[in-house]
Design a protein around this ligand. Structure first.
Ligand code: NBG
Length: 774
């Protein structure tokens, strides 16, 4: 095998570049190795495909406008179990595998948690032997590149295809034509192959790229515009026509292609739902519903009722947020403009829904109104999804409870069992085994390697919770990972981080509900305390932030700027600089995250309770041994149940308390400010400016509101408990072994959050699909 790899690399190198592999640049070597891996993936994919065709089983199509695969090479090599061969072959030619992997750009075709979850699920599905394909758009520009200039965020296009496209396979023969009322485009499939961990199965992620049907004046630009860029949205809903075109584009191409193939194979669509399951990932792919209906009725002559039965059986919907601004509502006029037939079908669904509920005695008028698909000339995409899908799920137990009790409560009365919970999970082999080889190897030394196929076996670690030798090794490993991150920060930020300080990590999209501001206000407070009392007992802390703000989110951008300016101010202060450091890491990405997660001591999950649907960074940090400081929100609730109160730091209002406070209408941020000299001083400082930059917009958002109610995410209401809890953490952190014990208990209980478990739940209770038989 080894010589074989060396020979293949040599052959390709000579025929493509005319040079011997040892003379190649790193980039050329990267292309050479990727080619080799692609060849292996293609072979396995072709075998999988013929087995799948023969097996005639139901397949899953995971529809998502976003996927965040991160880097491909390291993961593919790991899953194909070729690590040592590839490393040896590269070393033979004078390269290291690590330096080659570092060249690869991230495939950033998603905003954050939602897209990364989709990629984690593709990994889990291939590993579990479930035939499942992702469906999305081949954006030429991924999520914008964040550039910090003058301590502020700016955005630049992310042109990942420069090197990242060597993983794409064009399937020209499977192109489809997508028709809007004003023009048509060609949808060209560009597939990525997804290998499971030591699994025979290779699945695909199909990325549709929009191309012109002709090169007449303007046609090319119009077509290219559809797959040009990913919308930088995260929990937002911007009423854009182009966004509807994108949504229709990829579901129409998918529906046409699958219905056509099915019909060729079975000569009927009557059994379509027995062979295909569509997962609608948030409402973005909702148009798959009317599109399937349109094709079945208009092209295959189905009656509405028959088509509807089939469609209902194949679609299910995952909700990923309860924030009202993120629940998509599209003006009807957009649809009449570009998709009139789709609109007719949606109107018909709305009519039928209204007819079905009009006489229902269990629903009052207000509930009936809220269930309507069409309300005041807007289409409520979530209502269409909930009405038609045979299953709807939330992504953590608290989130699902909120969906059942609030957002979709009237639908529960209509179909009590439709809404279920599937708590999110992560591709933990990427986040633990590949990102943190030291820890992974140590775990293997203690409990064997079965945890790599079944994460629940991590539980076996718990028997070492009082073993000092084991705990000391954990501390050492954490230190090495902290040094690795410190090196990275020295290179990227030109800052010396103290690896003996506590690494306090909050990395995620910037959004007010996630309350990066609470973290920053507390740092301002610690700084004030240190100025007042420079000799106080204080364990050094490094606060690590990474976050991209939505380009038009002015407050979000100010919060980023606050972090950076505060960092600069602290750096200049002799009393604070060796005790507190803030590091803001620019352009957060999957690959950056892979360096941060293993190095974290404290995982900050401090969203306002009830707002974070699940969170998945919390799981990645937990499995790498960080202890969570968090509110009882999203899946942090489940983390706290698993590890128990001694091994997590929970603070702040619970979801029902937030709800009660909100509905009481008596929340007054000034009451907190007037009662606390510390808070008053912080507000004054924000107004006066930090490092010569005023943050009066942030102060205003707290004291009187900035485009919303004053302090709408209750930063001040939770501040005191946050402060006390953090002080307790600092005390506990200095007892190194006790902290290591908590860390071990967290790792041992993280198995529940594996994507393998989550995709099996989807397979059994939603999709009704089986593993591909060996
Ligand atoms: C996000 C939630 C997160 C959750 C991920 C994945 C959206 C719309 N939702 O809490 O905010 O972890 O989805 O489920 O991006």
């Amino acid at each position: 095998m080894k010589t074989n790899l060396i020979e293949v690399l040599e052959k390709r190198s000579l025929s493509f570049t005319g040079s011997h592999p040892s003379e190649l640049s790193k980039r050329e070597m990267y292309e050479n190795v990727s080619y080799l891996i692609m060849k292996k993936l293609t072979e396995k994919f072709d075998i999988s495909k013929s087995r799948t065709d023969d097996a005639d089983q139901k397949q899953v199509f995971y529809l998502s406008l976003e996927f965040l695969p991160g880097t491909m090479l390291g993961n593919a090599v790991y899953n194909l179990n070729l690590q040592s061969e590839i490393s040896e072959a590269l070393e033979h030619f004078g390269f290291t595998f690590e330096e080659i992997c570092q060249l690869e750009p991230d495939l950033g075709l998603g905003n954050g948690g939602l897209g990364r979850l989709a990629s984690c699920y593709l990994d889990g599905l291939a590993t579990q032997g479930i035939v499942a394909h992702g469906m999305s758009i081949c954006y030429r520009n991924g999520l914008f590149k964040q550039v910090i200039r003058n301590n502020r965020q700016f955005e630049e296009p992310d042109k990942w295809q420069n090197l990242g496209d060597c993983w794409l396979v064009n399937k020209v023969n499977e192109s489809e034509t997508v028709t809007y009322s004003d023009f048509k485009v060609i949808a060209l499939p560009r597939d990525l192959y997804i290998a499971g961990y030591r699994s025979e199965l290779v699945n695909s992620l199909r990325l549709w790229e929009s191309n012109p049907v002709s090169y007449e004046c303007g046609a090319a630009e119009r077509a290219y515009s559809i797959s040009k860029s990913l919308y930088p949205e995260d929990n937002r809903d911007e009423g854009k026509l182009l966004r509807i075109r994108q949504q229709y584009f990829f579901v129409s191409a998918t529906a046409q292609s699958l219905l056509k193939k099915h019909y060729v194979k079975y000569k009927t669509l009557d059994n379509f739902h027995e062979k295909v399951a569509f997962q609608i990932n948030d409402t973005h792919p909702t148009l798959i519903i009317p599109e399937l209906m349109r094709i079945m009725i208009d092209n295959y002559g189905y009656a509405w009722e028959n088509a509807e039965q089939i469609v209902r059986h194949c679609v299910s919907y995952t909700n990923h947020t309860v924030l009202p601004e993120a629940l998509e509502k599209w003006p009807i006029k957009f649809f009449s403009q570009i998709l009139p037939r789709t609109l007719e079908i949606i109107v018909e669904f709305d009519r039928r829904l209204k007819l079905e509920i009009i006489l229902n005695p269990n629903l009052n008028q207000e509930e009936k109104n809220s269930m309507a698909i069409i309300q005041e000339n807007t289409i409520h995409m979530a209502n269409l999804c909930v009405y038609v899908s045979h299953s709807v799920n939330g992504v953590s137990s608290l989130h699902t409870k909120i969906l059942k009790e609030n957002n979709f409560a009237p639908f529960v009365k209509l179909s009590p069992d439709k809404i279920q919970n599937v708590t999110n999970g992560i591709a933990y082999r990427r986040w633990l085994c590949q990102a943190n080889p030291l820890l992974s190897d140590f775990i293997e030394e203690l409990i064997g390697d079965t945890f790599k196929k079944d994460a629940t076996n991590l539980k076996l670690l718990e028997k070492y919770k009082d073993d000092n030798q084991v705990l000391d090794r954990l501390v050492q490993i954490k230190k090495c990972n902290k040094e690795r991150l410190a090196k990275h920060i020295l290179y990227s930020n030109n800052l010396f981080v103290n690896p003996d300080s506590m690494y306090d990590v909050q990395v995620k999209r910037l959004h007010e509900y996630k309350r990066q501001l609470l973290n920053l206000i507390h740092i301002m407070h610690l700084y004030d305390e240190l100025l007042e009392n420079p000799n106080m007992d204080f364990y050094p802390i490094t606060f690590i932030f990474a976050a991209k703000a939505y380009p038009s989110d002015t407050i979000g951008k100010s919060i980023i700027s606050l972090a950076i300016n505060l960092a600069a101010k602290i750096e200049k202060s002799p009393s604070a600089r060796n005790k507190i450091m803030i590091v803001f890491m620019e352009n957060y990405s999957v690959s950056m995250s892979e360096i941060i997660m293993p190095a974290a001591d404290l995982s900050k999950q401090i969203s306002l309770a009830g707002k974070e649907a699940s969170g998945t960074g919390n799981m990645k940090l937990m499995i790498n041994g960080a202890i969570t400081m968090g509110t009882k929100d999203g899946s942090t609730v489940e983390i706290s149940e698993l590890v128990g109160d001694d091994n997590i730091y929970i603070f702040g209002m619970r979801e029902h308390q937030v709800k009660a406070l909100k509905s009481s209408g008596v929340y007054k941020p000034w009451n907190y400010i007037n009662a606390s000299y510390a808070l008053k001083h912080i507000i004054d400082t924000l107004n006066d400016g930090i490092n010569s930059n005023s943050f009066s917009d942030i102060a205003t958002s707290i004291t009187s509101g900035y485009g919303g109610p004053a302090d709408q995410y209750y930063v001040l209401a939770d501040f005191e408990d946050y402060r006390l809890t953090h002080a307790r953490i600092m005390k506990d952190y200095s007892a190194t072994r006790k902290w290591a014990k908590k860390s071990l208990i967290n790792i041992a209980n993280s198995g529940m959050f594996s994507a393998d478990r989550a995709v099996l739940e989807y397979s059994n209770s939603i999709w009704d699909v089986q593993r591909l038989e060996d």
